[in-house]
Ligand binder design. Structure first.
Ligand SMILES: Nc1nc2c(c(=O)[nH]1)N[C@H]1C(S)=C(S)[C@@H](COP(=O)(O)OP(=O)(O)OC[C@H]3O[C@@H](n4cnc5c(=O)[nH]c(N)nc54)[C@H](O)[C@@H]3O)O[C@H]1N2
Ligand SMILES: Nc1nc2c(c(=O)[nH]1)N[C@H]1C(S)=C(S)[C@@H](COP(=O)(O)OP(=O)(O)OC[C@H]3O[C@@H](n4cnc5c(=O)[nH]c(N)nc54)[C@H](O)[C@@H]3O)O[C@H]1N2
Ligand SMILES: [Mo]
Length: 789
C-alpha cells in the first residue's frame, strides 16, 4: 500500500484509490490552506448558484463597512481600512448557498410529498433553493400546502394558548439570528411565560462560557484581533481554522511576521495549521505559503487537560530554578484567588500520566512548556475540539490556569480566545437568548417593558429533547437552524420532534427538520443576511456581535427570493401581536416598522449597550465592555480571577475499540452540505468515511477501503447501550493510535443523548467509543449516494 507516514507534519499520500459508486475517492491531501485555488473555488460556486451579477454584487459587499456581515463564521473583520475582499472561500460558499437563484415554491411541495422528501438526502434538500412561501402540513396530509401569514400566526398562537403551561413550548435559536431579532424573540418568549430558549450554543461553546464565568467572571474571550496579531505565542487547540475560520489565517500570518510562534494542538495535521497562503498577498499567491505551526502537538482525543496540567508543573519547576522568571506572583497576589491550592495540585501532577493521556513525548512536552515560559504575550485559542468533551469545562479551566499563572489576562497581546462558530451566536446570548439569563437582565427587561418574565430556568438543547421525548413539551419552534440533524442521538431526537403537536421552523432553506415534523408543521420563510430588508418603505439594517465582542451593522442588499419572504424581526413581531393581543405593553408594530426603535430598547435593557444606535453606526462599530480585558476587574464570586482545581481527566481507549471524534469537512456548513470535497484531507465524492490510524487498521485485520459499520457503546448505570451508523469506508489517516474521525452530522446518531459534558450539558461529540463491524446495508440520508456535479 503506497502510504507514507511522516510524524509531526502528517501524512503524505500517494494513493489514488478509486472506490465504487457511492464512495469517496482519496486523493493527494493538500498541505496548504487558502491560496489562489480557494479563490477560484469560491467564484465557481458563486457563479453556479447565484449567476455572475449576484456573485459580484454580493461578494463586493461581504464584510465591508457598508455591506453585510458574512453568514459564515464569527471571526472578526480586521478594523481600520478593510481589505477589498474581506472574505474566504468558505464565506463565499455560505453566501452562494443563501443567495442562490433557485427557489422552493408551493408548487415544489405539490410535486414532492413528505414521504418523497423523507427519502432525500440532506444535501439534495439544501440544493433545492430558497423557501418562498409559508407552508403548512396538516394532520394526516402528505404535502405541505401554502398558508397565508395571518393564518399561520393564528395557528401557532392557537396551539400555544391551548397548552396547560407555557413551559410546554420550546423556542430554539441558531446563531445566525441578528441582535434585533434575537432581542425581540426572547422578549416574545418571556412575555408568553417561559425561559425555554435552547440554542446552538448549548452544543457549541457552552463549555467555554461555563468555564470562563468561573475563572474570570465573564463567558467571553478576553482578546481583540490586534492582541492576536501582536502576541508572541499563539496556542491553537482543538480548532481547524483553515476550514472553519479561514480569515483567522491572515491574522496568524501577520502575527508570525511580527515574530510570533504558534503551537497547534490537534489529533490531526489540519492543512490550515500546517501551511497557509494568503491570496491577497503576492507572495501568498506565488510562493509556498507560510508554515503556520512552529510546534505541532499531535494529541490524543481529550488529552488537553493533561497537556496543560503537565505544562503547569513544568512552569512551576522552571520558576524554582530561576525564581520570578516564569510565575507572575504580582499578578497572582493582586488579581487571583486559589493559587496555593492549585499550585499544590500542579506540583503533584504525574508526568507519566500526562504522557499517556496526551500520547506525546517527554521532549515535546518540555519544548511546549519552554515556549510558554519564554513568551511575554500568550494568546490561547480553542474551539470544538475542547468544548465537546465530558471534561470540557475543567479542560478549558486548565488553560485559564496556565495563562493566569503567567499574568496573561488583561494585557495587550495576551489572553483567552474561544473562537465562536455561527456568525452571531455570541450576539444572540448578549441579547438574552439563554435558558438561564441572570436576574439583572430579567429585572431590566421587566422594568423597561412592564412585563413579568418567568424566573424558573428553562431547558437547554439536551433537556428540550428529553422534554419532547417524555411529552412534557408539545410545541417546538426553531428560529433558524436544523434541530433534527444538529442534535445528538438522531433516532431519539426525531421521535421527540414527531411526538410534538406542532413544529414551526423559521428557515431560509429546506432541511431535515422540515421533514421530521410534529402533528401539524409550519415552515416560515425568512430573509437571510444577504437580503435587502425593507419595512414601511425604508431599508432596515441589523446588528451583530463577533467572537471578540465587536458589535456592528449589517445591511443586506440582494433582491429577496420572493414577495412573501419576511424578516425574522417581522415574523416575531407579527406572531407576538397575534399571541399576546393588542393590549400587550410591548410596541410590536413600532418595532416591526423601524429597527432603530428596537435598538433603543436594547440600549435601555442590555448591559454595555447604552447609546446603541449611535455607537453601532461608527465605521467599525463598537466593542462591548469586558472587565478582565479592559481593567483586570474580575466579576466572579470572589471578585478575583479564580484558579480552578479539578481532578485530572482524560479519555482512555478501551481494548479493541476506537474513540471517535465527529467533525466538519471543508465542504459543509454544519448540517448544510455544500458539496462532497474535503479537499484539504484528500477526500472527494463522498462523506461516509472513517479516518483511522494505519496501525489500528492492521490490528483489526482490515484494509484500506473496507466498508464497516460504526457501533457506538455508551455505558450508564452499569448498562451499555449500542447505536449503529452504517457503511463507512476505512481511510488510513494520520490520527493518534486508538483515535478515529468521521463527519458530522452523519455520525450524530452515535452520540447518546445522556453523554454530555459535566456542568455545560454539551453533547460529547468528540469522544464516542466505537467498534468497527463489517458493513450492513447502506442508510445514507445526509450526503446521498452519488455526487453528480
Ligand atoms: N466552513 C465552515 N465554517 C464553519 C462551520 C462549518 O461547518 N463550516 N461551522 C461553524 C461553527 S458553528 C463552529 S462551532 C466552528 C467549528 O470550528 P472547529 O472547532 O474548527 O470545528 P470541527 O470541525 O468540529 O473541528 C474540531 C477540530 O478540533 C480537533 N479536535 C477534536 N478533538 C480534539 C481534542 O480532544 N483535542 C484537541 N486539541 N483537538 C481536537 C479536530 O481534529 C478538528 O481539527 O466553525 C464555524 N465555521
Ligand atoms: N456530532 C456533532 N454534532 C454537532 C456538532 C459537532 O461538531 N458534532 N457541532 C454543534 C455545533 S458547534 C453547532 S453550532 C450546531 C449547529 O446547529 P444549527 O445551528 O441548528 O444547524 P445549522 O446546520 O447551522 O442550521 C442550518 C439551517 O439554518 C437555516 N438558516 C440559515 N441561515 C438562516 C437565517 O439567516 N435565518 C433563518 N431563520 N434560518 C437560517 C437554514 O434553513 C439551514 O438549513 O450543531 C452541533 N452539532
Ligand atoms: Mo457552533
Amino acid at each position: 500500500m503506497g502510504l507514507r507516514l511522516r510524524r509531526g507534519r502528517g501524512v503524505t499520500r500517494d494513493i489514488k484509490a478509486d472506490y465504487d459508486e457511492h464512495a469517496a475517492v482519496v486523493t493527494e491531501r493538500e498541505q496548504e490552506a487558502a491560496g489562489v485555488k480557494a479563490v477560484l473555488v469560491s467564484l465557481q460556486r458563486g457563479v453556479k448558484s447565484m449567476g455572475p451579477l449576484r456573485t459580484a454584487a454580493s461578494l463586493i459587499r461581504l464584510n465591508q463597512r457598508k455591506g453585510f456581515d458574512c453568514p459564515g463564521c464569527a471571526w472578526p473583520e480586521e478594523p481600520g481600512g478593510r481589505k477589498f475582499a474581506e472574505f474566504c472561500e468558505n464565506g463565499a460558499k455560505a453566501v452562494a448557498e443563501e443567495a442562490t437563484k433557485r427557489v422552493v415554491t408551493p408548487e415544489f411541495f405539490a410535486r414532492h410529498s413528505i414521504s418523497d422528501l423523507e427519502g432525500r438526502p440532506e444535501y439534495w434538500l439544501s440544493q433545492q433553493g430558497r423557501l418562498t412561501h409559508p407552508v403548512v402540513l396538516r394532520p394526516g396530509d402528505d404535502h405541505y400546502r401554502e398558508i397565508s401569514w395571518p393564518e399561520a400566526f393564528r395557528l401557532i398562537a392557537g396551539e400555544l394558548r391551548a397548552l396547560d403551561d407555557p413551559n410546554e413550548a420550546v423556542f430554539y435559536t441558531s446563531g445566525r439570528t441578528s441582535n434585533e431579532a434575537a432581542f425581540l424573540y426572547q422578549l416574545l418568549v418571556r412575555s408568553f411565560g417561559t425561559n425555554n430558549l435552547p440554542d446552538c450554543s448549548n452544543m457549541c461553546h457552552e463549555s467555554s462560557g461555563a468555564s470562563l464565568v468561573d475563572s474570570i467572571g465573564i463567558g467571553k474571550g478576553s482578546v481583540t484581533v490586534e492582541d492576536v496579531a501582536n502576541s508572541d505565542l499563539i496556542v491553537i487547540a482543538g480548532q481547524n481554522p483553515g476550514t472553519n475560520h479561514p480569515r483567522m489565517l491572515s491574522v496568524l500570518e501577520k502575527a508570525k511576521a511580527n515574530g510570533a510562534k504558534i503551537i497547534a494542538v490537534n489529533p490531526l495535521p489540519e492543512a490550515g495549521l500546517i501551511r497557509f497562503k494568503d491570496p491577497q498577498k503576492v507572495h501568498g499567491v506565488v510562493g509556498h505559503g507560510v508554515a503556520v505551526a512552529d510546534e505541532f502537538v499531535q494529541i490524543r482525543l481529550g488529552g488537553d487537560m493533561a497537556l496543560f496540567a503537565g505544562v503547569a508543573r513544568l512552569l512551576l519547576e522552571a520558576d524554582d530554578r530561576r525564581p520570578g522568571s516564569v510565575i507572575d506572583r504580582d499578578f497572582i497576589d493582586t488579581y487571583c484567588h486559589g493559587f496555593a491550592e492549585y499550585e499544590a495540585q500542579a506540583r503533584a501532577v504525574d508526568l507519566d500520566t500526562v504522557l499517556e493521556a496526551t500520547g506525546i513525548s517527554r521532549t515535546q512536552l518540555e519544548r511546549v512548556a519552554a515556549m510558554v515560559a519564554e513568551s511575554e504575550r500568550t494568546v490561547a485559542c480553542w474551539a470544538m475540539g475542547l468544548t465537546q468533551h465530558r471534561h470540557a469545562v475543567a479542560m478549558i479551566s486548565e488553560i485559564s490556569n496556565v495563562l493566569l499563572m503567567r499574568g496573561m489576562i488583561g494585557k495587550p497581546g495576551a489572553g483567552l480566545c474561544p473562537v465562536r462558530g455561527h456568525s452571531n451566536v455570541q450576539g444572540d446570548r448578549t441579547m438574552g437568548i439563554w435558558e438561564k439569563m441572570p436576574e439583572e437582565f430579567l429585572a431590566a427587561l421587566d422594568a423597561h417593558f412592564g412585563i413579568t418574565s418567568p424566573r424558573q430556568d428553562g431547558v437547554d438543547t439536551v433537556d428540550a429533547i428529553r422534554a419532547m421525548r417524555d411529552g412534557r413539551a408539545k410545541v417546538f419552534m426553531g428560529m433558524g437552524g436544523n434541530f433534527a440533524l444538529a442534535t445528538p442521538d438522531t433516532a431519539v431526537t426525531e421521535a421527540a420532534l414527531r411526538a410534538c403537536a406542532l413544529t414551526v421552523q423559521v428557515s431560509t432553506k429546506l432541511n431535515r427538520s422540515h421533514v421530521v415534523h410534529g402533528r401539524t408543521a409550519l415552515i416560515l420563510p425568512s430573509l437571510g443576511r444577504t437580503d435587502r430588508d425593507v419595512q414601511n418603505g425604508v431599508k432596515q439594517q441589523v446588528s451583530v456581535e463577533d467572537s471578540m465582542s465587536m458589535v456592528h451593522l449589517s445591511r443586506g442588499s440582494l433582491h429577496p427570493p420572493g414577495e412573501q419572504v419576511r424578516s425574522e424581526v417581522a415574523i416575531v413581531c407579527q406572531l407576538a401581536r397575534e399571541l399576546l393581543g393588542p393590549a400587550h405593553p410591548v410596541p410590536w408594530e413600532r418595532f416591526n416598522g423601524d429597527y432603530d426603535t428596537i435598538r433603543d430598547a436594547i440600549a435601555a435593557v442590555v448591559p454595555g449597550c447604552a447609546d446603541y444606535n449611535t455607537k453601532v453606526r461608527a465605521a467599525d462599530g463598537f466593542q462591548l465592555p469586558h472587565g478582565p480585558r479592559d481593567s483586570r476587574e474580575f466579576p466572579t464570586s470572589t471578585g478575583k480571577a479564580n484558579f480552578a482545581v479539578n481532578p485530572l481527566e482524560w479519555v482512555p481507549v478501551p481494548p479493541g475499540r476506537l474513540v471517535l471524534q465527529t467533525l466538519r469537512s471543508h465542504d459543509q456548513y454544519n448540517t448544510t452540505i455544500y458539496g462532497l470535497s474535503d479537499r484539504y484531507r484528500g477526500v472527494e465524492g463522498g462523506r461516509r468515511v472513517v479516518f483511522v490510524n494505519p496501525a489500528d487498521i492492521a490490528s483489526f485485520g482490515l484494509t484500506e477501503g473496507d466498508r464497516v459499520d460504526l457501533v457506538s457503546e455508551f455505558t450508564a448505570d452499569g448498562e451499555t447501550e449500542e447505536r449503529r451508523a452504517k457503511d463507512f469506508r476505512v481511510v488510513p489517516y494520520s490520527t493518534p493510535v486508538g483515535n478515529a474521525a468521521a463527519y458530522y452530522p452523519e455520525t450524530n446518531s452515535l452520540v447518546a443523548l445522556d453523554h454530555v459534558a459535566a456542568r455545560s450539558n454539551t453533547p460529547v461529540s468528540k469522544a464516542v467509543v466505537i467498534r468497527l463491524e463489517p458493513a450492513s446495508a447502506p442508510d445514507d440520508l445526509v450526503s446521498g449516494a452519488a455526487w453528480d456535479e
